[in-house]
Write a protein that binds this ligand. Sequence first.
Ligand code: SF4
Length: 335
Amino acid sequence: MHVPSQTLGEVLLDWFRRVARRLPWRETKDPYAIWISEIMLQQTRVEAVIPYFERFLERFPSAAVLAAAPEEEVLTMWGGLGYYSRARNLQQAARMVAERGRFPETYEEILALPGVGEYTAAAVASIAFGLPYAVLDGNVMRVMSRVTCDFSDIGSLATRNRLRDAAQRCLPPGEAGDTNQALMELGATLCLPRDPHCLLCPLAAHCRARAEGVQNELPTKLRRPATVAVETALLLIEEEGRILMRQSASGGRMAGFWELPEADAMPGVTATEEAHRFRHSIMNRAYRCTVYRAKLPEPAEPPPAGYCWIERSRLPNLPISTMAKKALQTGSRDR
Ligand code: SF4
């Protein structure tokens, strides 16, 4: 049996240092600049990000400058990259960094910044500070599922954790940043979703999927059940600052959570006006909800069986379902 003389991480690093594209955020160790690049790269291609990154850094060279800038200007500089919540989060995070006087230096502190998830925190922590955190994006998942020949569904948390652990074991001491980038680059350029370029791949001798000839069958992505569209009408029945609600019965997924009544469950109630509409997804159900202001038939007391009047002021302290929260965002009429 062939035993590779270098570890997988060392092979990756050698390859990456030979072939790595020159990108402006790879020319710096400034955590602020690396963080900006990672946020920009979240949903945008590398080539598209480069000019934005350069202009943005020229105008906002530090967290303090970004924090102090008018929001309109930040959004304007971001214009074209889309997903404007990223720009707003970026400025909010820059204010936190500016207040603190330094960029956070641990994974947990970076993760606590608005707009930063596990992937971005691992990328910034490893690239800017050399901390040993493996990144796990779609490219890395594909490479690691093939290298380890893991046929489990990559939609499952257990599989993702296992692939992250496998990627983590690849990180040579002190080289987490470049190794993470190498894995992502390999997934983006050689270990493609279809017909990976195994003959050119530095990991060919380490790759179990290739050895077994099953690389095109990986990763496994189980199909989600088809989405079911559901129309629903919710009633906002409000009197003197109190709202009629019902607590979900024990035993169900939402047991104990407070809900607004559904129109179908209260046939005697009169809707007075449409308050607003929103969409909401639960598992494979896509709800289109219409919220109606409504009145109970006279006399209004006592409430129908199973329902209670809840003071609006108590709502922040009660478990409220997300659907009810969205429905209640229409605000109060008689506060
Ligand atoms: S050998 Fe092929 S399947 Fe395996 S990591 Fe390399 S490109 Fe991907």
